[in-house]
Design a protein around this ligand. Structure first.
Ligand code: GLY
Ligand code: MN
Ligand code: MN
Length: 428
């Protein structure tokens, strides 16, 4: 269904962005439809920054922000196309619904661009955007306009306009969430956590990993959330030691653990949750030892996450704790960094519209400090791939989503049981 009028928050964000550099022109492209195979497309998902600045959710759009005004380029209405793909906003309606000063056909984008960038001292545009299939061709077209602008400025001009990455400016805005965003994420986290708790109860040996993913998605969809926020991982046994295992096509065996990393999106804001539990009724002694160590780190990070500390501090505390845990488990650690073999990823990341969300970790060589309204995952793990220990084939990750508050943090995924005795009582 088409929207009648989007919230003014989106316009306010564009204004805020332009205020960060009033001499600049910002250029953003929305996402395109991607072909899966002949005549069939992947479901369309808008580019996160484009959504953040517009709430416009059709493919092939562009946005130019300059001189305090927003210029939105959209697909024109087209009756023949709409029979296949549904009604579009079109040019006139887009202007009203999305609160922009100007709207145009996307076909006129490269014709209009020279006049829009004319007075700007610099351009913010993401070159070489790895999320796009057509980034090189697109870059070439944009740069041709930007560099053409230089020759049109005449001999007094001092060279081509600089083209800079808008990511730092955008990250500065996106990393701190407003109350509406927090409510959206809160629901994504609550539904996803309850979906995981449901799976903890219904899993049985002999089920396929993919069945668990389907059950999770069914629960999420019944609770109003349609899409995954990222490709889910359901990894039985040693599959859990492959960090991005997404094949999800093996049978679950009694005696193994299963690691599930999955979260749902709510209006494009995602949860990011991992749980690990036994396929049978109980953890084995070794599984329980590893699980307890990871849970202790997870719980300690929840205590430490608060305004004024940096992500790097949290990661370094987690690494120290993991190292101590590995030593107490008798794992050989010849070098200072040997723990990385068993804990090869970060203890977390920002969370929001993207599962690995926009945000600054370091600025001018200094750590960026957490502030209220930021969201961070808390995901320590231990993975034993090699045969040098008796823990071979065990992979455990425990991942929660933390909202930084005035005094500390709130665990938005706390509805998922984490203690060994709680999990085991769910496995009966
Ligand atoms: N689900 C991706 C991650 O945990 O970072
Ligand atoms: Mn994560
Ligand atoms: Mn995850």
């Amino acid at each position: 269904m088409l929207k009648q009028k989007v919230s003014e928050r989106f316009q306010a964000r564009r204004v805020q962005l332009m205020k960060q550099d009033t001499q600049a022109c910002f250029i953003f492209f929305g996402a395109q439809e991607i072909i899966r195979n002949f005549d069939s497309q992947y479901p369309f998902r808008q580019n996160s920054t484009f959504h953040y600045l517009t709430d416009f959710d059709e493919p092939n759009a562009a946005l130019v922000l300059v001189n305090g005004e927003s210029h939105l380029f959209v697909e024109e209405r087209d009756e023949a196309q709409e029979i296949w793909n549904g009604e579009r906003y079109g040019i006139e309606r887009a202007k009203v619904v999305f609160n922009v000063e100007y709207s145009y056909s996307i076909k006129s984008f490269y014709e209009k661009l020279p006049s829009l960038i004319k007075g700007a001292d610099r351009i913010f545009y993401q070159l070489n955007d790895s999320s796009r299939l057509d980034s090189l061709a697109r870059d070439q077209k944009v740069l041709r306009v930007v560099n053409g602008n230089h020759s049109s400025r005449g001999k007094g001009s001092i060279g081509n306009l600089p083209v800079l990455d808008p990511a730092p400016h955008v990250a500065e805005l996106r990393v701190v969430k407003d109350s509406v965003e927090i409510d959206l994420i809160r629901k994504a986290c609550s539904v996803s956590a309850r979906a995981h708790a449901h799976i903890q109860k219904i899993t049985k040996a002999g089920m396929l990993e993919s069945e668990l993913a389907t059950e999770l998605q069914y629960f999420m969809q019944k609770n109003g959330l349609q899409e995954w926020g990222y490709t889910p991982i359901v990894a039985g046994g040693a599959n859990a030691t492959t960090l991005h295992y997404v094949r999800n096509n093996e049978l679950l065996k009694d005696g193994d653990l299963v690691l599930i990393d999955a979260g749902s999106e709510n209006e494009l804001y995602t949860a990011d949750i991992t749980q690990t539990f036994p396929v049978g009724k109980r953890f084995s002694e070794n599984q329980k030892k590893i699980y307890q160590k990871v849970l202790e780190v997870n719980q300690e990070i929840t205590k430490l996450a608060k305004p004024g500390v940096s992500y790097r501090f949290l990661h370094s505390e987690a690494s120290v704790m993991i190292t101590e845990s590995l030593k107490s488990l008798g794992v050989p650690l010849p070098e200072k960094d040997s723990y990385r073999k068993y804990f090869p990823h970060g203890v977390g990341h920002y969370l929001g519209l993207d599962v690995h969300d926009a945000g600054i970790y370091q600025e001018h060589g200094k750590d960026y400090l957490l502030k209220p309204g930021m969201l961070l995952t808390n995901e320590p793990g231990l993975y034993f791939r090699g045969n040098e220990t008796s823990y071979q084939g065990i992979g455990v990750r425990i991942e929660d989503d933390l909202l930084i508050t005035e005094k500390g943090c709130e665990n938005l995924t706390r509805e998922l049981p984490r203690e060994v005795h709680e999990i085991e009582s769910n496995r009966n």
